[in-house]
Design a protein around this ligand. Structure first.
Ligand code: GRF
Length: 216
């Protein structure tokens, strides 16, 4: 099995990218083929350089042709802390091949402007008892595409937006690689896939483990 080439799009420090690089390091299922940034000077590039992965800086993230070209031969495009909207024409060309990780249980606490600390501040202000991470397909709108997988994180009474963000990020770093491996294992289907929790992991601990239906 030739590892599925994955392009990772970033705008920041790249801890989700690092989780993917670590998880796919000796994988026969998927590999990080390139890292694409929405602008120059992102911290994530240092991680790509250390892993020997080629990098690309978009000159115009609004240009659909440039975004599609930057993805190159990647079968799967992963938005990992990428803050720009994917141009609709690029979404159409890459339908069901672009996924995003969001630090909340969508559809709640998502949409334009809902990223980083703001998400966790909104969660705390709302008083909800559960938040978490969501991996979803990217469509023409921010954070609205069909959900692939989610994992819950309990909100603690003494949480601040920093402590909550840290626990959600830890879950993101486990959930995103698992989803990428599962989609690659399935050959990146050209239709939406939904992944569910395996066994009772959902109940016992906030350690993500997802699987597509029965073992195939
Ligand atoms: C993560 O919380 C991710 O969900 C959100 O942006 C944050 C970026 O983290 N989209 P990093 O750049 O991967 O460290």
């Amino acid at each position: 099995m030739t590892p599925v080439p994955v392009a990772v799009l970033v705008s920041g420090g790249g801890t989700n990218l690092q989780a993917l690089l670590d998880a796919l390091d000796d994988s026969r299922v998927a590999r990080v083929a390139r890292v694409v940034a929405s602008g120059a000077g992102v911290g994530a590039f240092e991680r790509a350089r250390r892993a020997g992965v080629p990098t690309v800086v978009l000159t115009d993230p609004e240009d659909p042709a440039e975004v599609v070209t930057a993805a190159g031969d990647a079968r799967l495009v992963v938005l990992a802390g990428y803050l720009k909207r994917i141009p609709p024409a690029a979404v159409a060309q890459l339908r069901w091949r672009v996924i995003n990780i969001h630090p909340a249980l969508l559809p709640a606490f998502g949409g334009p402007g809902m990223y980083g600390r703001r998400v966790h501040e909104a969660v705390l202000a709302s008083g909800v008892a559960l938040t978490g991470a969501t991996v979803h397909y990217v469509d023409e709108e921010y954070d609205r595409g069909p959900i692939i997988a989610q994992w819950p994180v309990p909100v603690r009474p003494d949480d601040t937006s920093d402590t909550l963000a840290a626990r959600v990020l830890a879950v993101e770093h486990r959930l995103l690689p698992q989803v990428v491996v599962e989609l690659a294992r399935l050959g990146v289907p050209d239709k939406p896939v939904r992944l569910g929790a395996s066994g009772s992991a959902f109940v016992v601990a906030d350690q993500p483990s997802v699987r597509f239906g029965d073992d195939r």
